[in-house]
Write a protein that binds this ligand. Structure first.
Ligand code: GLN
Ligand code: ZN
Length: 742
């Protein structure tokens, strides 16, 4: 018999080994102080909830029975108990678990994990600096627990929380911590005087404790702004500031408040969110200025390196000429140490590194990949008219009605159908050479035939091909566009054990050939009903990729938009009358501070309109967004000038339909009536009730019937039942409308 495989090493042993390897790697590279306590089995905000004892009531028994099982139950839920809500960490693609707090929350310090990890690092002879989520950000990231009135403000718990932090700080000091880092990224957003006062109070209280390590308050992702003077005055020993991207203004702001006399400044000059090599001369200039503004300056990354892949050395398929432009986490560590050496001992000591850096930067700037004259000329020639449909909405709408002849309350889906295990296996087989291109094509064709046949039988009005050929809605396009790089090992955590490999917008973007026309045309050949063309929009292409740092985002977006515009026009020429351009990331990429909103929305909406502006009036443009707090971007949604928008709405009981109506949104809307994040199948009565709510806000001539989002994560049995119910609900309501029988 074959030997049984060796048992897997226990989780805790593996985790400790990873921590040790990471620390030794950092120390070996020359980092003199290593972060501790930032290693997480799932998420560091959840770790903070554990540290302060904010365990939701429904999870307490599980946590008491087994802390680790209880921890995973909070993160992922169990058959019987819902997990904590998960949401995006600022404007990154990382998700954290939202603390649930209420007026009855009782905090209790549990420094076990923090102390244990610090002790491990100290045991290796390393200077460990524990990293904690700061108390103000922790409360600002929280939401009222289930059953607590929505008006409850978690920040009112600050006075109860601070003694818990005091206890943890004392424990860490006793365990040997000289410095502790408290992350307060929530202070880089526009904050009210009340919040700024709370921050001042928090750090006055923590700063005046007697039994504590030295405190380093860290911020990242944007300028500290009004919070900078607050923290600069606080009785803490150091601040960590981001000096990259939108946060670069911290430099002027710091000078304006008179610097940080007597304090330590940890200067984030190496971008922790992007993959490009550092510009050493610029960083050294910044660091030189900072030397005059603080007692001591240390070089660092701008934020946690969680947001970038590990090592460019693992990439075998990227041209070595291009790899030298890239810095993943390991390379960034080297950059930090090099800059620190140059700062401390003079640039002569890093002359070779400076020369190599200059050459690498020049190679990138002069490369034909980053500067394609034809792409640039085309982008420069774009006029306002290119981003405008040839006819106003009212005329288009009439032309589309005549052309498409859809019933009232037309039914459709958002694009993807179940990505079954068989489909994923086929893709893996193709990659491994177990299936040839022809066999794979046949597999995809068969899937499309099945998806089309089901939709026809179910009575859906506007069909989709189901996206079976797409591994991912961004990567699929990135792989086909010139100027985009895919990595082999560039994994970045999205949440839990889910990692993504964002492609890299490395050069000027062009489309060598049509990307979706083949499959869309095939699908259309199978039916008389309209099949929707399906593309990922330019804003989402940028949001879920690593973007260029050598030109404004708007320029990159415009290039992507022009490539997609060609695709849209080719789809139309191939006979596609309905084309959907997905922009689920439009809201999440909104800059953290309101001052940046207008400029962002201007280029974002321009890019969308450029993508879609070249079609005939009777071609119907759809867009789709998932969940979003739309309040901030209602005007921008209108500026997209899409004929139809579909949005997530089932869980919020069609609230977004009412919001759009109140804002006077004039075009067609498909608020989702099927929550695709749940295995639940809505019955006909439930879908009908949701549609009636939708009708209360949006007139029947402008209301569509669709699920919340794509169906790729669902199973066929649920999808079949849910879509059949959705069609039945639409028919039932149509029957009761004047002229609506169908
Ligand atoms: N068309 C995509 C799909 O259906 C949209 C996905 C999304 O909005 N995230 O899968
Ligand atoms: Zn969606």
């Amino acid at each position: 018999p074959p030997p049984s495989p060796p048992p897997p090493p226990p989780l805790r042993t593996t985790a400790a080994g990873l921590r040790r390897d990471n620390w030794q790697q950092l120390a070996g590279a020359g980092v003199h102080e290593v972060p501790t306590g930032d290693f997480s089995y799932y998420d560091h905000v959840l770790d903070t909830s554990v540290m302060v004892g904010a365990i939701p009531a429904r999870h307490r028994a599980a946590v008491a029975a087994d802390p680790l099982d209880g921890y995973f139950a909070m993160a992922r839920g169990t058959q019987d108990v819902a997990p904590l809500e998960m949401t995006k960490w600022f404007d990154t693609n990382y998700h954290y678990l939202v603390p649930e707090l209420g007026p009855d929350t009782v905090f209790a310090a549990d420094s076990t994990q923090q102390v244990a990890q610090l002790t491990e690092a100290l045991g290796l002879g390393l200077a460990g600096r524990p990293v904690l989520v700061g108390p103000v950000s922790y409360l600002l990231l929280a939401k009222p627990a289930p059953g607590v009135p929505a008006g409850f403000d978690p920040l009112t718990l600050l006075d109860r929380l601070l003694p818990v932090y005091a206890e943890v700080l004392a424990d860490l000091r006793a365990a040997g911590a000289r410095w502790v880092q408290l992350d307060e990224p929530a202070l880089v957003q526009d904050r009210s005087p009340a919040v700024l006062n709370a921050a001042a109070r928090a750090y006055r209280d923590l700063g005046t404790l007697t039994d504590r390590p030295q405190l380093l308050v860290a911020s990242y992702f944007d300028r500290l702004g009004e919070a900078l003077p607050v923290l600069a005055k606080a009785p803490v020993e150091g601040l960590a500031l981001d000096f990259t991207g939108p946060a670069a203004g911290n430099l002027q702001d710091l000078a304006a408040v008179g610097g940080l006399p007597g304090k330590r400044l940890v200067a984030g000059v190496v971008n922790g969110r992007n993959v490009w090599i550092n510009h050493y001369e610029q960083s050294l200039a910044t660091l030189g200025t900072l030397l005059g503004l603080a007692e001591r300056v240390d070089v660092s990354s701008s934020c946690s390196l969680l947001h970038v892949p590990l090592d460019t050395g693992a990439e075998r398929d990227i041209d070595p000429q291009i790899v030298r432009w890239l810095a993943f986490a390991r390379q960034k560590t080297t950059e930090i140490v090099t800059l620190a050496r140059g700062l401390a001992r003079g640039t002569d000591t890093i002359a070779a590194e400076l020369a190599a850096n200059r050459a690498d930067l020049a190679s990138r700037a002069g490369s034909a990949l980053t500067r394609a004259p034809a792409v640039r000329a085309r982008a420069a020639a774009v006029t306002e008219a290119d981003g405008r449909r040839s006819r106003p909405y009212a005329e288009r709408s009439a032309a589309q009605r005549a052309h498409l002849r859809l019933p009232l309350l037309p039914t459709t889906t958002i694009g993807s159908f179940p990505q079954t295990a068989a489909l994923r296996t086929a893709r893996a087989d193709l990659r491994a050479g177990r299936l040839d291109a022809e066999g794979y094509e046949e597999r995809i064709s068969a899937e499309i035939r099945e998806v089309l046949a089901f939709q026809e039988k179910a009575g859906i009005d506007v069909l989709v091909h189901g996206e079976p050929e797409r591994n991912d809605m961004v990567q699929y396009f990135a792989e086909q566009l010139t100027g985009y790089l895919a990595t082999q090992h560039g994994w970045v955590q999205s949440y839990g054990t889910r990692y993504v490999r964002p492609p890299i917008l490395a050069g000027d973007i062009s489309r060598p050939e049509p990307m979706t026309v083949h499959w869309t045309r095939y699908a259309q050949s199978l039916t008389e009903r309209p099949v929707k063309g399906m593309l990922t929009g330019p804003v989402t292409m940028l949001a879920w990729s690593f973007v260029r740092d050598d030109q404004p985002l708007g320029d990159t977006a415009r290039q992507v938009a022009l490539a997609l515009r060609d695709e849209v026009n080719d789809l139309e020429a191939a006979g596609t009358s309905v084309i959907q351009v997905d922009e689920p990331a439009l809201r999440e990429t909104l800059p953290l501070r309101a001052a940046g909103h207008a400029a962002y929305l201007a280029w974002a909406t321009e890019a969308f309109r450029l993508t879609t502006g070249g079609v005939r009036p009777d071609t119907q443009i759809h867009t789709h967004m998932c969940y979003a707090e739309f309040g901030d971007i209602l005007r921008a949604i209108e500026d997209l000038d899409a004929d139809v928008i579909s949005l997530e709405a089932a869980r919020s009981h069609m609230q977004v339909a009412a919001e759009l109506a109140t804002a006077g949104y004039p075009r067609e809307v498909g608020p989702g009536v099927y929550d695709i994040h749940s295995p639940r199948v809505p019955d006909v009565a439930e879908a009908t009730a949701l549609l009636r709510k939708g009708l209360a806000a949006i007139p029947a001539e402008r209301l569509w019937v669709n699920p919340d989002c794509g169906l790729k994560t669902r199973g066929w049995p649920e999808v079949r039942a849910a879509l059949e119910n959705l069609v039945a609900a639409a028919r039932e309501i149509r029957g009761g409308l004047p002229g609506g029988a169908s």
